[in-house]
Design a protein around this ligand. Structure first.
Ligand SMILES: Cc1cc2nc3c(=O)[nH]c(=O)nc-3n(C[C@H](O)[C@H](O)[C@H](O)COP(=O)(O)OP(=O)(O)OC[C@H]3O[C@@H](n4cnc5c(N)ncnc54)[C@H](O)[C@@H]3O)c2cc1C
Length: 311
């Protein structure tokens, strides 16, 4: 039986050992997390961070895994924190508080169904609430930052802190969280609206997205940020014009539908994806002289330490 590490003793924590990361990501890539923690409460998350920082053990946060490539070698020396059990949902007038693990699409369905406007433009975007805030999910129909009022984060000091959205300085696919912070919930300031109309809008945006993007295949959404945000030429078009569509390494392939999407054709590795991205970036630079900035989060492969060799 696997022994409970010292840092996990003395408080309640759901901790899995050698949990495969691939099924927790939309591209279905990634080896095992040596420690996979699913705290049940915000306070439990803060306690976990204090225990880890005291023990000198690092952590990474995995939300919906929809813009993330997990390493082939897994995560061996750090703890993967998965806030999927932080699932609260509270409505007070037009103010809605959601746990970090709450699925964004469930939030879109629930709020529009309640006649609350603000999240309908995020129809079709896969995410947990925490990941959607960390990446400022959105696009031409609106951004999560448009309606975010505040977040509660667990911090390495073992405390919960409330941060106003204005202090997160959210931009194109970014939010400035303090180092080590784990979002445990988010509060949105929505507006009263017509439920039927809002649901229709969210449905139409979702449908339109599935026509333009390979939303049913295994991928992680966009690989690169558009160079000028939502204005100007898109990263997908730059990749397409550089001849990247259809380019493949191993089982990872840039889709024919969208030059910014990489599909896992079955059995792709993180190494396939890394090499494919590097090859495409070289082609894009050669064609346009533009160095695209990556949107996808790629976790590094583990260092070969004593623990990862089982020593
Ligand atoms: C088919 C498809 C279409 C997509 N379309 C869009 C789109 O239109 N617009 C868009 O913005 N994105 C899109 N994406 C990308 C993705 O949906 C977003 O980036 C989303 O916000 C990621 O959320 P997640 O919960 O899956 O985060 P993950 O992918 O799990 O993590 C992303 C980053 O957020 C951090 N993070 C996650 N949870 C927390 C937390 N609780 N506290 C602190 N940090 C955290 C992670 O550590 C990581 O750095 C698409 C993806 C797919 C697969």
């Amino acid at each position: 039986m696997t022994e409970l590490p010292a840092w996990a003793q003395g408080f309640e924590l759901e901790l899995k050992f050698d949990e495969r990361l691939a099924p927790h990501t939309t591209i279905d890539i990634g080896g095992d997390a040596r420690w996979f923690a699913e705290p049940a409460t915000a306070e439990g998350t803060a306690k976990l961070l204090l225990a880890l920082s005291t023990a000198g053990v690092g952590w990474k946060v995995l939300g919906g895994g929809s813009n993330l490539v997990a390493p082939d070698g897994g995560v061996r020396d750090e703890v993967v924190i998965h806030p999927s059990k932080l699932n609260e949902f509270r409505i007070k007038d037009t103010r809605v508080t959601l746990g970090a693990g709450f699925a964004l699409q469930r939030a879109v369905a629930l709020t529009t169904g309640e006649g609350l406007a603000g999240l309908q433009g995020l129809g079709g975007i896969p995410a947990q609430i925490g990941g959607a805030v960390a990446m400022n999910a959105g696009g031409r129909h609106g951004w999560i930052s448009d309606v975010l009022e505040s977040v509660v984060v667990a911090m390495p000091d073992g405390k919960l802190h409330t941060i106003l959205a204005s202090d997160l300085k959210m931009g194109y696919r970014e939010a400035h969280l303090p180092k080590g912070a784990v979002i445990v919930s988010a509060t949105f300031d929505l507006a009263a609206g017509n439920a039927a109309e809002l649901k229709k809008t969210a449905g139409e945006i979702t449908k339109d997205k599935s026509k333009k993007q390979p939303t049913r295949e295994k991928n992680f959404g966009c690989t690169w940020k558009n160079p000028d945000g939502q204005s100007g030429v898109s990263a997908g078009k730059l990749a397409e014009d550089a001849g990247c569509k259809g380019l493949a390494v191993g089982k990872a392939r840039i889709t024919a539908t969208h030059g910014n999407f990489i599909d896992n054709d079955g059995g792709a590795t993180a190494e396939d994806v890394r090499q494919l991205i590097a090859r495409a970036e070289a082609m894009i630079f050669a064609e346009h002289g533009i160095e695209l900035e990556r949107e996808v989060v790629i976790w590094p492969e583990p260092r070969l330490s004593m623990s990862s060799r089982g020593g």
